[in-house]
Ligand binder design. Structure first.
Ligand code: GAL
Length: 659
């Protein structure tokens, strides 16, 4: 770190891969702490996150401070060579706060209060909450800022609250005044002429509250922006306090993957380390792809190595039915995260609880204890990570394809009055990423206003609302030689969610060779649209082409003979969601035309390959052994053996090959 630069993940890893997890010793007697340390060391754990939900322990009554146990734990960790990611406890205020200060409790859109007794029952807009949060953060930073165990700050936990109450209403008005300056501008942006919604005073504006019928889309969109910004303010307020005490210690706050309520592009700019919590369903046949998507997105937000803050060693307890991970899967998915750029592999939580709401959620040490399969696998993984760390930590990944994603477009497109409630943005995003993943193409994510020139191919699964600057960026990208592939419902609206004349931005229509977009034809659940060579799902469009260079047409039905896919030069438009194999093949062909190759040729299904720095990760997500062609001579870092040209991987096995 040089003067003026922010510290980063490398300052915490120092060449190792961080391994560990949330540690909640306040749930256990002190003897257990010593047992924990023994087991941690045997498993190669080098990092724990302390304090995430310990507010009522640290501040049992207003203004009191009980730092004794934390002092002991910080010293214990340091004495045993285990670094501490120290959390501010502000995600779960103590019961006294809600009791003495009901203004700290959030209110739902139908006016109900969210009470203490669970967690995350704080209003982001509450001045009282913020005051208490700042005070405990200040005292933690002052007390532990100089402690040698401290490696990173972890602010709050999965910021995700909403508030529609009165204090939030006042904050919303302030936020809107800042954005629009005049009521006329707000009325114009929200289109309040429709349904007699014109505001004559700022005081008349509310957060969205239970309406009789559909809400104003502009109001809802701005409320989502406001919520993300308010939570960000809570984060930066605490971050600035810890930074003042410890400018050399990196700061993070853990994201939930693809969480609707938080513009994570914007947030990532405010973090020193980007971290995420990732819980794919072990029973989901596409669980590994879900993991890959989140990992690609987090790496892109971090612009390099990132931190897997939480995953589960076994089952979670918040699905309808919660399945354990079969033997080998925890190792496989952990190494997948490292393959895709993680420099830290951590869990919720170290020791499975015996009490509390998550006592059936797995831990690294399960109820079965040291001899249990979970801990034994955790131990094996610790040794694996130590073995590969010198060759992978800090290394970057080069992707040939960027997938564009933007929260504001998602928020705008999610309005209740849309044409098909079957079109859910995350599903469309997943379908496109899945196609690229199954084609073995390495992908980054990017924001539509980012520099796209490093990528030969850019795909836009669906960006319903685009700013003028984003459209300029896409046009410039194609002009400079990039290949662009856009999916349906892209470029429909501007940033105020005002439909652009013609139902799609005119410059985009021209780019794709579309004269008129006559109608959208959403499809029912069991309905498909036959096209030349494949079937479309979810959506179709009645398009009159202008001058495309190439089309794939709809066959039969109302749209018979009209273009389903258009290409003009290097710009493609796909007006339906092709079935998975068809989308995979289409994108693979387009990528190949742009000179982007899969990581390895001829990879069997269920095998994933990723190149990180010099190292090639090969992961078998299948339950059957596979043979993979890996031309050349390599050294498998996990088994310490030579591999020439070909490799056999058993179920859920991984090879980490150095040339
Ligand atoms: C996360 C949370 C953890 C734990 C975990 C269970 O959302 O940050 O505290 O609740 O889920 O899967």
């Amino acid at each position: 770190m040089t003067a003026g630069e922010r510290p980063g993940l490398a300052d915490a890893t120092r060449g190792r891969l961080l391994y560990g997890g949330d540690y909640n010793p306040e749930q256990w007697p002190e003897e257990t702490w010593h047992e924990d340390v023994r087991l941690m060391k045997a498993a190669g754990v080098n990092s724990v996150t302390l304090g995430v939900f310990s507010w009522s322990t640290l501040e049992p009554e207003p203004g009191a401070r009980e730092f004794g146990p934390l002092d002991t734990l910080m010293d214990l960790m340091h004495a045993n060579g285990i670094g501490v990611v120290l959390a501010t406890p502000t995600a779960s205020p103590p019961p006294w706060m809600g009791r003495l200060h009901p203004d700290t409790l959030p209110v739902t859109e139908d006016g109900r209060t969210e009470w203490w007794g669970g967690r995350q029952h704080f209003s982001h807009s509450s001045a009282t909450y913020r005051r208490y949060a700042a005070a405990i953060t200040e005292d933690l930073a002052a007390r532990y800022g100089g402690h040698p165990a401290l490696t990173m700050w972890h602010i709050n936990n999965e910021y995700c609250t909403y508030d529609h109450g009165d204090e939030a209403a006042a904050a919303f008005r302030r936020w809107l005044r800042e954005r629009y300056r005049t009521l006329d501008a707000l009325n114009e942006a929200w289109g309040t002429a429709f349904w007699s919604q014109g505001y004559d005073t700022w005081d008349g504006i509310l957060p969205p509250r239970l309406p009789h019928y559909l809400r104003n889309p502009g109001q809802v969109l701005d409320f989502r922006r406001f919520t993300s910004d308010m939570l960000l303010e809570c984060y930066t307020a605490e971050r600035d306090i810890v930074r003042r005490h410890t400018p050399h210690i990196p700061v993070t706050s853990n994201f939930m993957p693809l969480w609707f309520g938080q513009d994570a592009w914007r947030w990532a700019e405010e973090e020193d380390v980007v971290s995420v919590d990732l819980y794919p369903d072990p029973r989901d046949p596409l669980g590994a792809q879900h993991g890959a998507l989140v990992q690609d997105m987090t790496r892109s937000q971090a612009r390099g190595p990132w931190m897997l803050m939480e995953q589960a060693a076994g089952p979670v307890n918040w699905r309808g039915v919660n399945h354990p991970k079969p033997r080998g899967m925890n190792r496989l998915w952990s190494l997948q995260a490292v393959a895709r750029g993680a420099d830290a592999v951590c869990y919720f939580q170290w020791r499975q609880s015996r009490q509390g709401a998550e006592k059936f959620h797995s831990g690294m040490v399960s109820h079965a204890g040291e001899d249990g399969r979970t801990y034994q696998e955790v131990k094996r993984l610790g040794a694996d990570l130590a073995r590969i760390a010198p060759e992978v930590t800090g290394r970057h990944i080069t992707a040939g394809v960027a997938v564009l994603h933007d929260w504001h477009a998602w928020w705008a497109g999610a309005h209740d009055g849309r044409l098909s409630s079957r079109v859910e943005y995350p599903d469309v995003l997943r379908a496109w990423h899945r196609a690229l993943w199954q084609a073995h193409l390495t992908t980054d994510f990017a924001h539509p206003e980012h520099d796209l020139t490093p990528y030969p191919v850019v795909v836009v699964p669906q960006l319903y609302a685009l700013t003028d600057a984003s459209i300029d960026n896409l046009l410039a990208y194609v002009r400079q030689g990039g290949t662009l592939v856009c999916g349906f419902l892209t470029g429909v609206a501007d940033e105020d969610d005002r439909v652009r004349p013609g139902g799609m931005d005119a410059r985009l229509r021209e780019l794709f060779g579309i004269r008129t977009l006559h109608e959208w034809w959403p499809l029912e659940a069991e309905e498909t649209a036959a096209c030349e060579g494949f079937r479309g799902t979810l959506w179709s469009e009645e398009i009159e082409p202008a001058d495309p260079d190439h089309t794939i047409r709809y066959k039969g039905g109302e749209l018979d003979g009209m273009p389903a896919v258009l290409r003009k030069g290097r710009a493609w438009y796909v007006s339906t969601l092709p079935e998975p194999e068809a989308l995979r093949d289409l994108l693979a062909r387009i990528a190949e035309g742009a000179g982007v190759r899969p990581v390895l040729d001829g990879l069997p299904e269920h095998v994933e390959a990723v190149r990180r720095g010099e190292v090639l990760f090969v992961l078998n997500h299948g339950r059957e052994p596979v043979t993979v062609e890996v031309p050349g001579t390599h050294h498998d870092l996990l088994t310490d053996t030579a591999v020439t040209d070909r490799l056999t991987l058993g179920r859920y096995e991984v090879a980490v090959l150095r040339p």
